[in-house]
Design a protein around this ligand. Sequence first.
Ligand SMILES: *Cc1c(COP(=O)(O)O)cnc(C)c1O
Length: 379
Amino acid sequence: MHRIYLDYAATTPADPEVIKAMESYFFEKFGNATSPHTFGREASKALENARETLAHFLGAKSEEIIFTSGATESNNQAIIGLAYHLKGKGNHIIVSKIEHHSVLEPIEFLAKQGFKITYINVDKTGLVDPHDIKKAIINQTILISVMYANNEIGAIQPVAEIGKIAKERKILFHVDAVQMTGHLPVNVNEIGADVLSLSAHKFYGPKGVGALYVRKGTPVDSYLMGGDQEKGRRASTQNVAGAVGLAQAIELCREKMSQEIEVQTKLRNKIINEVTKRIDGVTFNGHPTKRLPNNAHFSFDKVQGETLLTSLDMMGIAASMGSACTSGAMEPSHVLRAIGLSDDLAFGSLRITIGRWTTSEEVDYFLEQLPGIVKRLRI
Ligand SMILES: *Cc1c(COP(=O)(O)O)cnc(C)c1O
């Protein structure tokens, strides 16, 4: 059976060109980037080239990029590192209710230690209102964290407006840009981000490598201890092959971006239009236009999302209920709760995310299969 992957927001396959670019860094150019000999210098040069490529893509400077093991680490380091560093100045943090768990859990960890947290609501379409951020600011506020695009419902947040507010009030602004990076343009200066997280496996790069952008002058404490790699900001031998892969992946995304946006938006719109037309009792979630080009998200009346996913999988279609971390758990998604869905509807949800290798035939097959499956499951 031809298997169809409609879960690009969970992870993407690596682009073959990414693997090709990485390969020699496992073999003849395997050196430790901190070694002073030729092997080390070769590795270090590749690492710095990768850093330059990513910095250029983000409108940043090379020295503002720290390579990490992924966005979970980047988010943890950003939130906990900044809060600890700034606790002499204040103890109040503002965060949206729909952040990824790798932002929310470090925040909850800080709350247990006496930090005060304001959780900002979103509207029915999943958008934060910048005025709510402004109203939440107090003298003790040290950090604002709002994601660029949501991983479940694809809503793109008004981060540039929030960044402006943060700057006016001299408060640091962290942005989880995982779902945006590689798919739409991301420029740290346009959005006023002081710290920004991203992850290679969400844009056709390898798993286990990501980055943290830290604006020059922003305090950053190393989260891992035991080495002075990454200018003392992240201990551990650098993942040179991973960084090379991340850079190659971002280069490919840059070249293909405008075309991919166009193709994916068309396919995505077809999915939204046809699912809502062919099936009764369906709710379309998220914002109609302020949304990732590859994301469609629905809730079905009287359907168990888990069973729906299993049935789709039996027909060769891989999809998701929302975030990979939420599926399998008994709690309904915090994102779907925040946009006001009932628990029943939240449990009946389906996230379709397409990508570089999704064909219109695959979308048609999905659209043919789905109505019958939903109907069967409702009996
Ligand atoms: C996937 C994801 C993360 C975590 O990234 P990893 O590199 O897998 O740790 C963080 N935030 C968002 C929005 C994500 O989609």
